[in-house]
Design a protein around this ligand. Structure first.
Ligand SMILES: Cc1ncc(C[n+]2csc(CCOP(=O)(O)OP(=O)(O)O)c2C)c(N)n1
Ligand SMILES: [Mg+2]
Length: 558
């Protein structure tokens, strides 16, 4: 036991939890913490100039490191600014401790400026939300928060930190962290049921989700997919490289609209979802995405997801890396020689079909490469040829995304991060967090022009903290995806070719000027060769830098 202030105890507790970085944006209620940071050498404070940027930086860091990320924001308005990105972090299951400063508790009944009931605001978006009322509870609160954020299924938690708690002094015991071991092995009975369904399957298909990348189970899943001869799709709204993109069974991502999903699943008799999301759809539809009679085997680290929308014939709560080998062993025992021979035939057929699809995509990209203005598909192909093998791609490309996962290599679990929640503005700051987590790897962020404007303040942090991300702004001067979707409605907009609130013109946004004003090197590219040259230059220099790519803005129904 030792006399300690709350503010120093809080930082000491974070260090006990293995935290090295603190993302934040300060205000008066955070001043005790900022004061303690003045003499703190074990924690680096990364300043973000808007709380949305702060939050998404923490998200990128948490996802790429698998460690606890900590962010600190200012009372109700700061927390409010962070909420959209907290939503994204929750959907991506990012282990984050979000904290906000609160006024002195004796002051709050009078409703001082910026005050609100903070845990209530955060609660819908986190696993646990609380206010620390006494300095004596601080160790328990921080350890519980960290344990909860990192326990499967991982996710954000929130603590409100009143200034009087941080300023108090007490004789407190800091305690120590708890970690819930994540390698939960699926229940044997459920695995037997799964093995029976998969062994008898004639046309199985796999959807791989974020749990695969998070548990580092690429090899285990690839072996199983090959053994049963099943093509593998990434989940529709994928935030991770849930399967190696150059594996011959990788089919790309599932569509996000019901008719496209149904068209794929209709070709199969058993669906094995390995942490795969069933289904986060973009729009409602009269078409039911799940064909009747398709048997579902579902493995996830989150019991909530199992059978959430569609009943699973076998529902397995478990970690993919710990569980898939046991399932594979059962399948090797259960599948007859004839079934194994059929699986090999399926494997060959799936490989051939996927290779043909890839070749068609490459051919299309080659045709697009000749067109001006620049087309996204051609851009991905050109980038694929020059990006270093260990590159990490952070993607918020919206309408430019089709084909990206197939054309750009993303073969290890940390090679790709994408927007999961759908709240745009994530890409620029998330890429900063990713690079801070993986400093040895080159990081390229592919971000739509519209998306970039929600959190462009993050560019200053990249410059200030010298975080070597190469940002690529996909400038089609519009909210192109919204135009595509509006066109598909075949209504007034399509008839009149008027799209209200979707053009980012008059004046056009100068992303090069914007980035330079925030201290980044930046250049504009209008051709493939200009883009590739600039990418090479910025990557060789170790970043950070920004390339504004002038992209085709035309739209048609999708
Ligand atoms: C926080 C938030 N606000 C608004 C939207 C609605 N929205 C979805 S996509 C989009 C436009 C994206 O534009 P851009 O990044 O330029 O990509 P593009 O569609 O041009 O490919 C908007 C405004 C959203 N998803 N999230
Ligand atoms: Mg755009």
């Amino acid at each position: 036991m030792a006399m300690m202030s709350g503010k120093r105890a809080f930082l000491a507790l974070l260090k006990q939890e293995g935290v090295e970085l603190l993302f934040g944006n300060p205000g008066t209620t955070e001043l005790p913490l900022m004061d303690a940071l003045a003499v703190e050498t074990g924690l680096r404070y990364v300043l973000g100039l808007q709380e949305a940027a702060v939050m998404a930086m923490a998200d990128g860091y948490a996802q790429a490191s698998g460690k606890l990320a900590v962010a600190n924001v200012h009372v109700a308005p700061g927390l409010g600014n962070a909420l959209g990105m907290l939503y994204d972090a929750q959907k991506a299951a990012a282990p984050i401790l979000l904290t906000a400063g609160q006024h002195d508790q004796s002051f709050n009944f009078s409703e001082p400026i910026l005050w609100a009931d903070l845990p209530t605001i955060a609660r819908p978006f986190v696993k646990w939300s609380a206010e620390v009322r006494r300095i004596e509870d601080l160790p328990r609160a921080v350890h519980r928060a960290a344990k909860t954020a990192l326990a499967p299924p991982t996710g954000p938690v929130f603590l409100s930190l009143p200034a009087d708690v941080l300023n108090a002094e007490a004789d407190i015991e800091l305690g120590s962290p708890t970690r819930v071991a994540p390698r939960l092995r699926g229940d044997r009975t459920a695995l037997e049921a799964a093995a029976q369904l998969l062994a008898a399957a004639e046309r199985p298909v796999i959807i791989a989700g974020d749990a695969v990348a998070q548990s580092g189970a690429h090899a285990e899943l690839a072996q199983l997919a090959e053994f049963i001869g099943a093509p593998v799709y990434a989940e529709g709204v994928a935030n991770t490289a849930s399967f190696p993109s150059s594996h011959p069974l990788f089919h790309g991502a599932m569509p996000r609209l019901a008719p496209g999903i149904r068209a794929i699943l209709q070709q199969h008799d058993v669906l094995f979802s390995v942490g795969g999301d069933l289904f986060t759809l973009s729009l409602p539809s009269d078409v039911e995405p799940m064909p009747e009679g398709l048997a579902i085997v579902h493995l996830d680290t989150d019991a909530w997801e199992l059978g959430k929308n569609y009943a699973a014939r076998a529902a397995i709560l478990g970690d993919p890396k710990a569980t898939l080998p046991e399932l594979a062993a059962l399948l090797r025992e259960r599948m007859s020689a004839a079934q194994q021979a059929q699986a090999r035939t399926r494997l060959d057929a799936a490989r051939t079909a996927i290779a043909a699809e890839r070749e068609a995509l490459h051919a299309k990209a080659r045709v697009e490469a000749g067109k001006t203005p620049l087309r996204p598909l051609a851009l991905w192909q050109a980038m694929a040829e020059m990006l270093p093998r260990d590159v990490v791609v952070v993607e918020e490309a919206l309408s430019s995304a089709p084909g990206l996962r197939q054309l750009l290599r993303s073969d290890d679990p940390q090679s790709f991060f994408g927007l999961r929640g759908g709240g745009i503005g994530w890409g620029l700051p998330a890429a900063i967090g990713v690079k801070l987590a993986l400093p040895q790897r080159p990081v390229v962020a592919l971000v739509g022009d519209g998306s970039a404007m929600y959190t462009c303040q993050a560019l200053w942090t990249a410059a200030h903290d010298r975080v070597g991300v190469v940002f690529v702004i996909l400038n089609n001067r519009s909210y192109r995806i919204l135009k595509q979707r509006t066109t598909a409605m075949k209504g007034f907009a399509a008839q009149t070719d008027r799209y209200v609130g979707m053009d980012l013109t008059d004046p056009p946004i100068d992303y090069v000027g914007l980035a330079r004003s925030l201290g980044l090197k930046a250049e504009r590219a209008a051709t493939l060769s200009e883009t590739v040259d600039l990418l090479r230059r910025f990557l060789d220099a170790g970043g950070p830098g920004l390339i504004e790519v002038e992209l085709d803005g035309s739209y048609g129904p999708v």
